[in-house]
Design a protein around this ligand. Structure first.
Ligand code: ATP
Ligand code: MG
Length: 352
């Protein structure tokens, strides 16, 4: 069986970390005897500057044929964020119903948390973010523009289908983990309609999982708990906005953006899922060969898990931790390894 992978390196350091991800996958495919075929797509801000669009009209049609998409990062100085977001990332997430954004937060061996005294035993949880609806809608508008009466409205959209499916996925994840603990992010004391609905559906869905310990926190105190009590959490589920906030805060306590992976999952596998490092194109360090490839390797591990190559994925992360645990780190983590030298060390550690 050949796994068909679409590659979108994108912009900036995306073009530096994705080739290393491919090199890693090739090494793993030799070691674990599976076959991969890669097709690269140039969709990016660079493409936008040349063609006036982030991808061609049939871009999604072409991507649809793959099992998985490995994306680097899109973004460039001089191209507004909403161009790359609404021109590429959101169409992929929404058209392919990648309704779960899954972000593991775990302190890797050899990496220090900014939370003093916290170790790997304290920081090991999963953020499950709703990825297709909620607060990030394009419904709204501006009235009386430019006048004293100016008024702006932004609607949130929560559907039964959308809320239930992400909460159910979070329940399944929590059921499969030893702690069996699920936390919901809410704000039903301030948001009158959508958040009470979210809570109601959380109670209804979790009723099917009596083995789970379930709780909920308002998003404001929840962010404080992430910092003060990261050891309280196992699986945390949130709406698009709250999940977005938590899934940046999570990596911040586990070594930063250079190590944080993410998955945009179409759980039913009707469409491709997309795997990507959390970080952006980092124009400030692009071209220097110093980007940390761990976020990409971890995303590759999640992709391998999804494809059914769990052993290869586990071997990859074990090798990463042998290298980081040995004190070899890239510049963002205080070390001196380059993107390439770090990758070489991980490939070397695969067979150990
Ligand atoms: P975007 O808008 O595309 O999300 P951003 O403004 O959030 O981008 P990033 O591009 O993620 O920012 O970069 C934020 C900071 O983190 C930058 O200083 C960048 O150099 C650093 N950074 C991001 N990713 C990495 C990485 N893989 N290795 C090292 N440093 C990184
Ligand atoms: Mg960003």
């Amino acid at each position: 069986m050949v796994y068909e992978i679409a590659l979108i390196p994108g912009d900036g350091i995306g073009r530096e970390v994705i080739p290393e991800g491919v090199r890693m996958l090739e090494a793993l495919s030799r070691e674990f005897c599976f076959d991969l075929s890669f097709t690269e797509f140039p969709y990016s801000c660079d493409y936008f500057l040349r063609h006036g669009e982030m991808m061609p009209e049939d871009g999604l049609e072409r991507l649809r044929l793959f099992q998985a998409i490995l994306l680097g990062a899109v973004g460039a100085p001089g191209v507004a964020d909403h161009v790359s977001l609404w021109g590429l990332l959101l169409p992929i997430r929404r058209q392919f119903e990648q309704y779960v954004n899954l972000r593991p937060v775990r302190l890797l061996s050899g990496i220090t948390s900014p939370l003093v005294g916290r170790t790997a035993a304290d920081i090991n949880f999963l953020v499950v973010r709703e990825n297709t609806e909620g607060e990030y809608s394009d419904i709204g508008g501006r009235l009386f523009a430019g006048t004293e009466r100016e008024l702006v409205v932004q609607e949130s959209v929560f559907t039964r289908k959308g809320v239930d499916r992400v909460i159910r996925f979070a329940c399944e994840m929590a059921s499969s983990r030893p702690a069996r603990h699920l936390t919901s992010a809410t704000k039903s004391n301030g948001i009158r309609f959508t958040m009470p609905y979210w809570d109601e559906r959380f109670r209804a869905i979790t009723a099917d999982y009596p083995e789970l310990r379930c709780d909920q926190f308002h998003i404001d105190i929840l962010t404080a708990h992430f910092v003060q009590h990261p050891d309280w959490f196992d699986v945390v589920v949130g709406s698009n906005l709250f999940g977005d906030i938590l899934s940046d805060l999570g990596p911040a306590i586990a070594g930063g953006i250079g190590v944080a992976p993410s998955t945009n999952l179409n759980v039913e596998r009707q469409f491709p899922s997309m795997f990507e490092p959390v970080h952006g194109s980092a124009p400030d360090i692009a071209g220097q060969g110093v980007a940390n490839p761990i976020a990409t390797f971890w995303s590759v591990q999640m992709m391998l898990d999804f494809l059914g190559e769990q052993k290869a994925g586990a071997a990859l992360m074990a090798a990463v931790e042998r290298v980081t645990g040995g004190g070899y780190l890239t510049r963002d983590l205080g070390g001196r390894e380059t993107t390439r030298s770090f990758t070489d060390r991980v490939i070397g550690a695969l067979g150990e």
